[in-house]
Structure formats: C-alpha cells, structure tokens
Design a protein around this ligand. Structure first.
Ligand SMILES: [Zn+2]
Length: 252
C-alpha cells in the first residue's frame, strides 16, 4: 500500500518520522507521497526524501492556505526542489473558499503558475479543493493540456467527478469519509472509474472515526491500512488496485 497523500514533515510529527515509518511498514505500507505546503516546509520534505529514499515520494507545492506567506522568489525555489528531485510531484496546490479570507485572485494566480510548472517539467500535480469546484473546473477547462492530476480527499459531486475524470483526474479517498455523515461521498467513490481511485490519510489531518493508530492525538499515516480495507469493501476489489493506481498517477 502507498499513502497517496500525507504530511509526514508536519511539526506534529517532528523527530518521530522514523518511528512512524516503522509502524507504517508493520501495517503493510510500502511508501507515501509527502506533500509540502509552503517554502517553510519544503526543506523538511526534501530532508525526509533524502533520509528515506525508498519510502518517501516527495511533493512540493504551495497550498492555498499559505499563498500569502510566499516570497517573491517562491516559484524559482519551487522549481529548484522539483529539479533536485526528479521523482517529485507537484503538491499540494489548489483553491479554497472555505478559509476565512480566501484571497481568491492570488489563489488563482498561484494555482495557474503551479499547473504551468507541472506541465513544463512533466510532473503529476496534487490538488486541494474546498468549496471551490466551480472555479477549479473553469481553471482546468482553460488549460489546453493538463498534467496528471490528483484531486485529493475528493469531496465533490458525481457530476464534477465525471468531468474531472474526462480531463484525466485521479481521486483519493481519505479516512475522514468513513464518518457516518459522509455516506454521500462514499457513494460517489463507489461510482468513480476504478482505475482512477487512490487512498490517502492526509495525516496528521483528516482523522477517521475509531482510528487504529494515533500519534499525540492526531491522525497517524499507518491508518492507511484500515482506510484501504474499508475502501476495498466499497469497491468490492483488492486493495492492491489502489496501489497500482497510485503508481500510475506517479508515473512509476
Ligand atoms: Zn494535505
């Protein structure tokens, strides 16, 4: 199993990543995509990728929540990390209208720049989208060509999913969707094209109900095994399918 999206560099996991990876391996997990969120944590993602090269697939991107923290050289620095790690993807980037002061114009500009960078370097891109499906889809429609896309922790409708799938998107399922009130999202995941479905923890965020693993009361990436099992019941398939899909998304 591969965790298609987490934040192992998060300060809540600081200094404990070796121990966490061991727990993941014991649970049958063979790798994870570690997503950076801003210039502040890209060095930490790079460090983990250097320390655990067979396990950590690095991703570097500017998260919509961190858009206002960027320096004037952010894009150049981002490209530097992607050049340094030829196996790195771009992520996470995206659009978010759920946050308090969304700076939408800035978010759109930063999103476009990251999509263009992913295209020019031929890297897959992981997208965060909260309450911004209309704006995101109109952005995507305007690109003459798109990189491989992952809509992580996908909470959109079946209609959005249909169009995104036609644009080549992959979709990942997080443990948060195992909550009773997320039945609608589980129904969407039951209908998505199977070869585009991935599984993720988004740890330390997106906790699942009744987690098997916790780390200082936050979501632990080893919970992927349980999320994967539950998703395989929803899809009536072997969890290995999701691993193969993650590898296809990453171009491995
Ligand atoms: Zn995330």
């Amino acid at each position: 199993m591969i965790d298609a999206h987490n934040h192992l560099q998060d300060p809540r996991f600081l200094g404990k990543q070796g121990e966490i990876i061991e727990a993941m391996q014991t649970a049958g997990i063979t790798g994870c995509v570690v997503n950076g969120t801003s210039e502040a944590d890209w060095p930490d993602v790079a460090r983990l990728a250097g320390q655990f090269p067979d396990f950590v697939r690095p991703a570097f991107g500017l998260h919509p929540w961190k858009v206002s923290d960027r320096s004037s050289r952010w894009l150049e620095i981002l490209q530097g990390y992607l050049d340094q790690f030829p196996n790195a993807s771009l992520g996470e980037c995206g659009l978010d209208r759920w946050m308090e002061s969304p700076n939408l114009d800035e978010q759109h500009e930063v999103f476009r720049e990251q999509m263009n960078l992913a295209l020019s370097l031929n890297r897959p891109a992981t997208i965060h989208c909260l309450r911004a499906w209309g704006p995101l889809m109109s952005e995507l429609r305007n690109f003459p060509r798109l990189p491989r896309l992952l809509l992580h922790s996908f909470g959109g409708s079946l209609e959005i999913a249909g169009e995104a799938a036609r644009l080549g998107a992959y979709f990942s399922f997080s443990g948060y969707f195992l909550q009773p009130r997320k039945a609608k999202t589980r129904e969407v995941f039951a209908c998505l094209p199977l070869e585009r479905v991935l599984v993720e923890t988004d740890a330390p965020d997106m906790p699942l109900p009744c987690p098997e693993f916790e780390f200082n009361k936050v979501n632990h990436p080893a919970n992927l095994a349980r999320i994967s099992r539950e998703l395989s019941k929803i899809r009536k398939t072997d969890p290995k399918v999701f691993t193969a899909n993650t590898r296809a998304f990453l171009g491995e």
